[in-house]
Design a binder for this molecule. Structure first.
Ligand code: FAD
Length: 359
């Protein structure tokens, strides 16, 4: 957050944090209204600082945000070193900060929404890669969408293709890059032997090296990151979309993760049940690309979430829908200005993607 203020100014940074925070309530409302069985859980998330230097940097950042009067910081509680271990339950914690968060089971959530939209008449074609989208110079002409199973004409096209975007929009090559990440599910054979964790966690070393954990009510824990293992060979994660195999240096990283890091888990017998690889869309300036695509009338993009799409995609999609359905401009949708795709961003040669930006 402090970085965003430095880069984009207080107003733009506040827009981004408020937009992310708004997702908690918006998704909660949707889950309740549609009665979606997706394990939605409202909780607190702990950023746990695992080195003194990182704890100090984070505390300084927190204090400067309080001083600047950023309203979203009101929800953050900072705990200094003396109490951090006890408050977070994490061994070796040198400080921690907690804030309101939520988690859900994305597959169940998406499948419910898809089933509901299909029942209302949506024509969903799976296993049908789009190979090309024409870009008519006349804005009144439809776009021709070519697929491996035939072509269709469309008045409007939205590219929600994330890490794979450059395959159909070559101008996004090196602007949205497919990057691999690793994640696992840890289970505990006897739930009596492990304290029940009610919060989510990010355990950070500083320098962008961290792991994140989402404990679930059934006692299992989803853990991702292992970034400390991926520094040496960039090709194992950067511009790599092979999710058919586990990332070799990361695959054993989580073996005794709970025993090593959490108080009271030493004799839990917790073990990794599954580990997998996923492909994310990282952007060269680390911000998503959202809005009308420069030079392509009637075509929109909603991609490049830098492994952090859950607090952005839902309301960003609503913004795009308002642009298409109600003729709103980007500014009228309330989407953060920094996320807007633009010719300037496409022309920039800056590339900030490194292992420390990888989720
Ligand atoms: C290991 C891992 C852990 C993560 N953890 C978190 C987390 O804790 N919090 C968080 O917020 N986010 C997390 N993410 C990121 C989150 O999963 C993404 O932000 C989110 O899935 C992006 O959604 P999307 O629909 O934009 O893109 P994707 O889920 O990548 O979907 C893109 C879709 O487009 C389709 N597609 C692409 N090109 C074409 C084409 N030419 N024709 C037809 N279809 C095409 C693909 O088949 C795919 O189905 C994680 C990701 C990974 C891999």
């Amino acid at each position: 957050m402090a970085n965003n203020i430095e880069k984009y100014g207080l107003e733009a940074a506040a827009e981004m944090s408020n937009f992310e925070i708004a997702h908690i309530q918006a998704i909660k409302n949707l889950v309740e209204k549609e009665n979606i069985d997706c394990d939605f859980t409202l909780t607190r998330s702990f950023d746990v600082f695992m080195s003194e230097a990182f704890a100090k940097k984070s505390k300084d950042g927190f204090e400067s945000l309080v001083e600047k009067g950023l309203t979203s910081i009101n929800d953050v509680q900072f705990t200094p070193a003396k109490l951090a271990k006890r408050v977070s339950g994490v061994k070796g914690a040198k400080g921690c900060a907690s804030f309101t968060a939520a988690h859900l089971w994305p597959y169940k959530f998406i499948m419910h929404l898809l089933a509901s939209t299909v029942s209302k008449g949506l024509n969903l074609q799976t296993h049908t890669p789009v190979t090309h989208v024409s870009s008519p110079s006349d804005a009144g002409e439809p776009c021709l969408v070519s697929t491996t199973r035939g072509n269709i004409k469309a008045k409007k096209v939205i590219f929600a293709s994330n890490g794979y975007t450059a395959g159909v929009l070559p101008e996004y090559t090196e602007k949205i890059v497919p990057c691999r990440g690793t994640c696992c599910r840890i289970v505990t054979p006897d739930l009596e032997k492990a304290p029940y964790l009610t919060n989510s966690y990010v355990l950070g070393q500083g320098g962008g090296i961290y792991d994140y954990l989402i404990p679930r009510a059934d006692g299992s824990i989803i853990v991702g990151g292992a970034k400390a293992t991926m520094g040496k060979d960039r090709s194992i994660w950067y511009n790599n979309m092979d999710d058919s195999e586990v990332i070799e240096p990361a695959k054993d990283y989580f073996k005794t993760y709970m025993q090593d890091h959490f108080l009271g888990w030493e004799d839990s017998g917790a073990y990794v049940e599954k580990v997998w690889t996923g492909v994310m869309g990282y952007t060269s300036d680390l911000q998503p690309h959202i809005g009308s695509i420069p030079g392509r009338p009637n075509q929109y993009i909603l991609a490049g979430f830098n492994g952090h799409g859950m607090p952005i995609i839902f309301l960003a999609a609503k913004g795009i829908a308002e642009m298409i359905k109600n003729g709103k401009t980007y500014e009228q949708t309330g989407l953060p200005r920094v996320y807007r795709t633009s010719e300037e961003r496409l022309q920039s040669i800056v590339n900030k993607i490194n292992v420390s930006s990888l989720d």
